[in-house]
Design a protein around this ligand. Structure first.
Ligand code: FES
Length: 164
């Protein structure tokens, strides 16, 4: 190999290497949001005074989601139950069997899932059907007379609650 050819190739190799090293932080910056976990914020869902003891109510609200590079808004809903002591329990709206939405049956006083027939009592306990665990409870707090919830999703079909 001629000296000139060698120098041209070495220069190209060194330039390529420098470019590669400089691009590592840039690539990391670009792809890291896709792997970063974005904790949800507290979302206001209304006033706890609108809830009646023993009558679950589906609450809908808008949340802002950070998904990778995308910031979107979505409407979420949860089931809220006011307890006799005034505390509020909030359930994920997804059946723990395979994630279908369930509803409150005011005649039977149970939550019923239309997909495969799981039935839960007002405290989320499984009464019948294939559901492997009770309804998933969500973090809830009352601040300044307003009810706040953190929306979370969990793996369906497992006896143990595993957050996604
Ligand atoms: S998804 Fe609810 S019972 Fe199967």
């Amino acid at each position: 190999m001629e000296r000139r050819t060698f120098l041209v190739r070495m220069t190209g190799f060194i330039m390529g290497l420098i470019g590669l090293i400089l691009s590592i932080p840039l690539v990391g910056y670009v792809i890291s949001p896709a792997f970063r976990r974005h904790p949800q914020d507290w979302a206001e869902t209304g006033s706890p005074d609108e809830l009646t003891v023993g009558i679950p109510r589906e609450l809908s609200y808008v949340v802002t989601l950070n998904d990778g590079w995308l910031k979107t808004t979505a409407t979420k809903s949860v089931w809220a139950v006011r307890q006799p002591d005034g505390a509020v329990t909030v359930f994920s709206p997804l059946c723990t069997h395979l994630g279908c939405g369930y509803h409150w049956d005011s005649a039977d006083l149970t939550f019923k899932c239309p997909c495969h027939g799981s039935i839960y009592n007002i405290n989320g306990k499984v009464l019948a059907g294939p559901a492997p665990r009770p309804l998933d409870r969500l973090p809830v707090k009352v601040d300044n007379g307003r009810l706040f919830v953190i929306y979370k999703e969990f793996r369906a079909g497992t006896p143990r609650q595993i957050e996604l």
